[in-house]
Design a protein around this ligand. Structure first.
Ligand code: SF4
Length: 315
């Protein structure tokens, strides 16, 4: 698999570009996730021509359309930043990004809950950084997260799963469009989709079943939109446990009563959140191999992202 391309706030890579000459290196992003990702760094403040170090800035005014202002000397940087950001997002089109990881809380790069100060100098955490807003408006379908939220294991798992799925989908888009290719992708992703949203699983199943009656372009577009919507719905222990039970149904007859008992116990312990998802999914993988289940073997759900990321150890 080609490396996945993501934009990233430059300071998260350890570059000394912050207003105080420092950085915000995030080791998970560089050392762990970085093995699979090609990062395209963007530092809005430096790239729009400001020096290092520089005066710190903040957002002020209406949280829906705030101004970007330096904190001490009150210079208004809004136009400078907006003009640069509008050009930069167009330039980024050639990178074919899958998404962007933003630095949280930054008036330029934060994607949500950034402080916006009112005329009395009181902050409300309702803003979006200037560059982040223009980026998300320009690329509404790309995956975005901030590094602060990625410290939460559930949000991290969800984001990484979506990136890897989007990458596989992009590989489908690189091939000649055909119903067969789309059906094959869907078949391998069925249980992954089910673990996020049974509702989208049904909608997509119907879409694929009616594929031959839908013009190919429309089919691809509908499928992509629904896939991204489905993966935005968070997978939960209850939904994962239901998927695992569904999988168990494929070889219930072949399991010995001991194996059945063990698997049921492990799934139940996971449902109650005593153990992480990696435990039942590893056991399930073992039985899938042992009993040679070709359909389950192909399921991305059992291996959604590289093991080295250790994601299922925490959810
Ligand atoms: S938060 Fe954004 S603007 Fe600030 S240093 Fe990092 S990349 Fe640059």
């Amino acid at each position: 698999m080609e490396r996945i391309k993501l934009g990233i706030s430059t300071c998260l890579l350890g570059e000394n570009v912050r207003y105080d000459g420092g950085h915000k290196l995030d080791r998970f992003l560089t050392d762990t996730l970085g093995q699979y990702i090609e990062y395209i760094p963007v530092c809005p403040e430096v790239e729009c021509g400001l020096p290092i170090p520089r005066e710190s800035m903040h957002l002020e005014g209406d949280p829906e359309s705030p101004r970007l202002v330096t904190s001490r000397t009150k210079q208004d940087m809004t136009e400078r930043m907006v003009d640069w950001a509008k050009k930069r997002v167009v330039e980024l089109e050639r990178e074919d990004l899958c998404g962007f990881i933003f630095k949280s809380d930054s008036p330029s790069s934060g994607m949500e809950r950034v402080r916006v100060y009112n005329e009395k100098g009181m902050p409300v955490k309702k803003g979006v950084g200037m560059f982040a807003r223009i980026f998300m408006e320009h690329y509404p379908l790309l995956l975005v997260e901030d590094e602060g939220r990625l410290h939460n294991p559930k949000l991290r798992e969800n984001f990484v799963e979506r990136i890897f799925t989007l990458r596989r989908w992009r590989e489908v888009l690189e091939k000649k469009e055909s119903r067969g290719t789309l059906v094959d992708f869907h078949t391998r992703h069925k249980l992954l989709i089910l673990s996020h949203s049974p509702k989208h699983y049904r909608i997509m199943g119907k879409l694929v079943a009616e594929a031959k009656d839908i013009p190919l372009k429309e089919l691809y577009q509908k499928y992509q939109t629904t896939l991204m919507e489905a993966l935005q719905v968070k997978a939960t222990p209850k939904k994962n446990a239901n998927v695992l039970m569904h999988m168990m149904g494929f070889f219930r007859e072949q399991l010995s009563s001991d194996e059945k008992q063990e698997l049921l116990e492990v799934i139940d312990h996971y449902r109650q959140e005593y153990i992480p998802l990696i435990v039942p999914s590893t056991l399930m993988n073992h039985y899938v191999r042992k009993y040679g289940q070709p359909y389950l073997k192909e399921q991305i759900y059992l291996n959604p992202h590289p093991l080295e990321l250790q994601l299922r150890n925490h959810v």
